[in-house]
Design a protein around this ligand. Structure first.
Ligand code: AMP
Ligand code: GLY
Length: 420
């Protein structure tokens, strides 16, 4: 039996708690900070998760064996490295060096260059090389893609049709539009295609596939309006057939794992490949060094394998012989969000929903309990996941469940999977 601490407090972490608690190998479960949903499966801890000494003290107090890290920031900041030589605690995630695949776009591009992994052509510039950036923009066919090099909470990518405007934006990003994150900017060639994501679990030498997923980031139906953390997701992605998946494995996943091995990076966790299908050929849009949110809310319900056992395999060289099984059924999730999100919104609004929900799993994202009442506590509030023979059926079930859930200002997209 292992005691597990999950870091994070969104829908992804509720889904992790739900899945981990099912494992016969899971002892005590703790979540920091967690939400009202994770309380069903373990104890929420009030600690500052960016303070690794505080995490270490909590790990000691609760005799933690595994720390499962949901969000990217603690990984980029080195939580793996903090515990690397710890006698008892094992972190599920990459070392800070490997987390740069997500933490720095220019690092990721250099890595893909070195290991011949298909991605957009690009140039990284800073204030001292801005002229080369302007020339690069001139030489591109619009639209122009500008990316803050560092972590910018999903906001650091601009896609601009007009070259003059792109040049002005480049200057303003380098001047600190996204703070430190855009002191270096990556200018990229625009790739035209349909996006999808693949997930693997890796010990840094071998890997096992997890289900594919597609998320829907825009607030409005038909993928319109502002970007959000994600308004819904579907798994598997129907257009990812054997032929495309074969290319993904041989051109992208395997060279990535080989690159990690060759560079001797410690990596005991998940890789989330953000990909784009350009006329049947997959390209990398981005690497993430963790699971996605809301992708986790559709991937984990499909997984028939014990997740804690997989964590064990990462540290015992047993991953190559592990079998990872998932249901062929589709799972779709719909995010219920606060009115106004992704702009400003009100918190602490009472949520009404039935005690027992039979046909869907309702994962909590931004929720809390106040005086015994379940209330909203974030922009993304609940993720309603359902299973079905295809995404339309799964979606219908989620929409039925949502009819019995309400809070003031509640908004959601009814068209998740519309483009599939
Ligand atoms: P990222 O933060 O890197 O995932 O980028 C955010 C979004 O910008 C992606 O989900 C894509 O929709 C889009 N994007 C990023 N890079 C490119 C590119 N080179 N070509 C086309 N679209 C892109
Ligand atoms: N849903 C996208 C992400 O987790 O980055």
């Amino acid at each position: 039996m292992y005691n597990v601490l999950i870091i994070g407090g969104g829908g992804r972490e509720h889904a992790l708690a739900w899945k981990i608690k099912k494992s016969p190998k899971c002892g005590q479960l703790h979540i920091a900070p967690g939400n009202a949903g994770t309380l069903q499966f373990g104890q929420n801890l009030v600690i500052d998760v960016s303070d690794f000494k505080a995490v270490e003290a909590a790990a000691k107090e609760h005799a933690i064996d595994y720390i499962v890290v949901g969000p990217e920031k603690p990984l980029v900041d080195g939580i793996y490295d903090h515990f690397e030589n710890h006698p008892n605690v094992k972190v599920i995630g990459p070392s800070a060096a490997a987390a740069q695949l997500e933490g720095s776009k220019s690092f990721a591009n250099a890595f893909m260059d070195e290991f011949d992994i298909p991605t957009a052509g690009s140039l990284a510039v800073d204030q001292s090389t801005i002229q080369a950036g302007m020339d690069y923009i001139d030489a591109q066919k619009p639209p122009i893609v500008l990316k803050a090099d560092g972590l910018a909470a999903g906001k650091g990518v601009l896609i601009i049709r007009d070259k003059a405007e792109a040049k002005t934006e480049l200057q303003s990003m380098l001047d600190g539009k996204f703070g430190e994150a855009s002191k270096t900017v990556v200018i990229e060639e625009f790739l035209d295609g349909i996006e999808f994501s693949v997930f693997v679990i890796t010990d840094g030498k071998s890997y096992k596939m997890l289900p594919t997923a597609k998320d829907y980031k825009r607030i409005g139906e038909g993928d319109t309006g502002l970007n959000t953390g994600g308004m819904g997701a579907v798994s598997p992605v129907p257009f990812v057939d054997e032929a495309l998946m074969h290319k993904v494995r041989s051109r992208i996943i395997e060279p990535t794992i080989n690159g990690i091995r060759k560079r001797r990076y410690a990596y005991k966790g998940f890789i989330f490949f953000g990909l784009i299908n350009v006329d049947g050929d997959p390209y990398v849009i981005e690497y993430n060094c963790r699971l996605g949110d809301p992708e986790t809310e559709v991937i984990l319900p499909r997984l028939d394998t014990d997740l804690v056992e997989l964590f064990e395999h990462l540290y015992t060289e047993k991953l190559p012989t592990a079998s990872v099984r998932f249901t062929p059924n589709t799972v779709a999730t719909i995010m219920l969000v606060s009115g106004g999100y992704p702009g400003s919104y009100t918190k602490k609004l009472p949520i009404l929903m039935p005690e027992k929900i039979e046909d869907s799993i309702v994962f909590h994202a931004g929720t809390a309990v106040e005086d015994g009442q379940l209330v909203t506590n974030g922009g993304r509030v609940l993720a309603v996941s359902s299973e079905g023979p295809d995404h339309q059926a799964a979606l219908r079930t989620s929409l039925d469940t949502i009819r019995n859930i309400s809070f003031a200002g509640m908004y959601y997209r009814k068209d998740i999977g519309f483009d599939l």
